[in-house]
Design a protein around this ligand. Structure first.
Ligand code: NAP
Length: 316
């Protein structure tokens, strides 16, 4: 490691690897810190069918491995560490990991977001094999099957409506009697004859066995306390995402949900800090958009360094 790194990329998902490829090709020798889940959310996805350039589809982990190899080919360096504290008030920035203390001229934040889970029995056991947090990724596997979507926001409406392309029936289970989703998204779901709603309902556990997979969800009516079983072979969680931004609180501008705010150049509120991928995107949340914003963040970091070398670090 150098005394002061030119570029540090935080996160090893689609956005982070793309940022590493671009900054490595710009001969900046970026240092990528992997975080706790190498490969990010895509490493949990069995098959990706909508990443352009792969007409036959490919595994999530496979795509991540290819991106990593591509970044290494151009000179990116990788460190397995998890950053627990940052100081962005002074330049160069300081990052503290479990093992290392790192100084950086520019920082590209690609720490992603984590899908919220219910924390109920069966959820982990069937995760990736009946329980999913991504209808776009896994919907195809439920052709003519009955599925359940948990949540009452825009994501639940969108995922529920999307799943009707494949599933024979989609039941949206919401914990209250009023949806949180926007009217237009609600209406789209109401108008779809394959979508059913179950309100005031709390999912207690996911039922099934190792061999045959998920067979249903056990649900409690919060008004009557009656417990019923809803048959389904897939259970999709759409109860929101939490951006992985805890270490930046109070240092980088964020929206009310904790997503990092970036401008058109992927620049954050602190000069020299850029962000890409799901950590700054609660709308698209796709591999290709994460790669796109990771690329843009890298190109902006490169421009920042060029300017800094000729004019000095921008004063705030
Ligand atoms: P969200 O708006 O926060 O909605 C999450 C939903 O999950 C809420 O209905 C909430 O119930 C429910 N929920 C949360 N925790 C739960 C738990 N532990 N058990 C059961 N239910 C739980 O999240 P989102 O739908 O992912 O949307 C996030 C943002 O992205 C929003 O700003 C949304 O507008 C935007 N978005 C936009 C689009 C679009 O425009 N195409 C698509 C997707 C998302 P309560 O209502 O009771 O709190």
């Amino acid at each position: 490691m150098s005394d002061v790194e030119k570029v540090v990329v935080l996160g090893s998902g689609c956005a982070g690897y793309t940022a590493a490829i671009y900054t490595a090709r710009a001969t900046l020798s970026p240092l990528l810190i992997s975080g706790t889940m190498e490969g990010g959310q895509l490493s949990l996805t069995s098959e990706i069918e909508n990443y352009p350039g792969f007409p036959e589809g490919l595994g999530g982990m496979e795509l991540m491995d290819q991106m990593k190899k591509q970044a290494i080919r151009f000179g990116a360096r990788f460190v397995n560490d998890y950053i627990k504290k940052v100081d962005l008030t002074k330049h160069p920035f300081t990052l503290w990991g479990q093992e290392n203390e790192i100084k950086a001229e520019t920082l590209i934040v690609c720490t992603g977001a984590s899908a919220k889970k219910l924390g109920i029995e069966g959820e982990e056991k069937f995760f990736g094999r009946g329980v999913s947090t991504c209808a776009t990724c896994d919907g195809f596997f439920y052709k003519e099957k009955e599925v359940v979507v948990v949540g009452g926001g825009d994501s639940a409406m969108e995922e529920g409506t999307f799943l009707t392309k494949f599933a024979s029936k989609v039941t949206i289970i919401h914990r209250r009697d009023k949806l949180r989703a926007s009217k237009i998204m609600q209406q789209r779901a109401f108008d779809n004859p394959k979508v059913a709603f179950q309100y005031n309902s709390i999912v207690l556990d996911v039922l099934g066995d190792e061999k045959t997979g998920v067979r249903g969800a056990r649900v409690k009516d919060s008004k009557t306390d009656e417990v019923t079983e809803i048959p389904c072979t897939g259970l999709f969680l759409a109860i929101g995402h939490v951006p992985n931004t805890d270490i930046f609180k109070g240092q980088l501008g964020m929206d009310e949900n904790g997503f990092i705010v970036t401008d058109r150049l992927q620049a954050c509120s602190v000069p020299g800090v850029f962000a890409g991928g799901d950590v700054q995107d609660h709308v698209f949340k796709q591999a290709i958009t994460a790669a796109g914003t990771g690329c843009a963040a890298a190109m902006s970091a490169e421009k920042f360094l060029t300017k800094m070398e000729s004019e000095g670090y921008p004063r705030r």
